[in-house]
Design a protein around this ligand. Sequence first.
Ligand code: ADP
Length: 414
Amino acid sequence: MEPGILVINAGSSSIKFATFLDSGQPEPKLLLKGQIEGLGSDPSFLVKDAAGQKIDERDEWPRGSPLDHAGALRYLLQWLDECAGDIKIGSAGHRVVHGGLEYHRAARIDEGVIADLERLVPLAPLHQPHNLAAIRALAEVEPGLPQVACFDTAFHRTQPRVAQLFALPRALLDSGVRRYGFHGLSYEYIARRLPEHAPHAAKAVVAHLGSGASLCALKDGRSVESTMGFTAVDGLPMGTRTGALDPGVVLYLLQECGYDARAIEKLLYKQSGLLGVSGVSNDMRDLLESDDPDAAEAVELFVYHVGKHVAALASALQGLDALVFTAGIGENASAVRERVCRRLEWLGVRLDPEANRRAGPRLSAEDSPVSAWAIPTDEELMIALHVRDCLRPAGGSPSSRPVFDLGDSHVAAA
Ligand code: ADP
């Protein structure tokens, strides 16, 4: 039996998963990807192989199985045992949205880590409880399985203190109201890949443009600034999220328009962004195909803000060598990339339109002062790498380079 790593990304009503073969290759090899959706209502199970071919699908849950995270994980482990060939899952990694200020890298999960993650629930009430539910459920279903928590915030803990502060009274800053940053696993993966394409790009801005969208400034491969802050609603307009919004708007809605906290939350996270402005869709593909002027304006607003924030991050970097596009829109929407790059010509980004249409990976002209790239992200692989790194026996000879050696001062205190 070959050793396998199970990667889990748990939401309120779904569990996305992937399995990797880990037998000493430089990077674990993807075997399967899938999801269990509709937990708590109408469940469905789908698995694809590494090439994206469907290999199993089921939309009837076995009778008597509870439709919760534990039931879903029990089902998944049994399915993997019976149907996934010569793989023995020996460890698991979870995407965990919040690691607070303490967790600078992935951590092997024990009671202490779980207690820390519970304390962080108020900082990410929409996601952290579901990440924790999956961790607890897997511990219940497979008590001996080593589990590793991989944080969306951890990669940003290298940011200078000034980038992590709000202009708020110190007591609030000290209580944890800080800019944490998110999408860290995606940025860490791009930081790992970028030197293969642009070995001399010391100052890079990475645009993770998916349903959620943010930018990260990388200096020598480490995060120094990002557009998401205390929550994943800050920064760029997204599929359904506002992005940065004058806080005075929230006060106005509360004081003058009869909104309460729940209505504000719904507005900020679910009803705004591309969907709110267009009134058509939260999906960039629909907007690019639409004749509706409001759809066109939503795309224009998105492009405008990406350009504006790239320039802000170039200021944080004090220069710019490379611009990287990734995630659903960044990897696929050549029209959006083209428009963003055009807005950044003054900063030295010269697009090669043909290369952009082919999705590069190099998008810029040979003589472009700032190189531009499209590099697919792989958060699941990043989690598998963290699992392997975290569980490697102390003193054991590593079969691969460390995921990220941040030095002693960056090792999690917890
Ligand atoms: P997430 O993982 O955050 O749900 P993705 O990274 O998969 O999001 O990105 C999803 C978004 O990518 C979709 O909403 C869609 O707007 C966009 N997208 C995907 N493919 C294309 C494409 N070919 N052209 C334009 N946009 C695309």
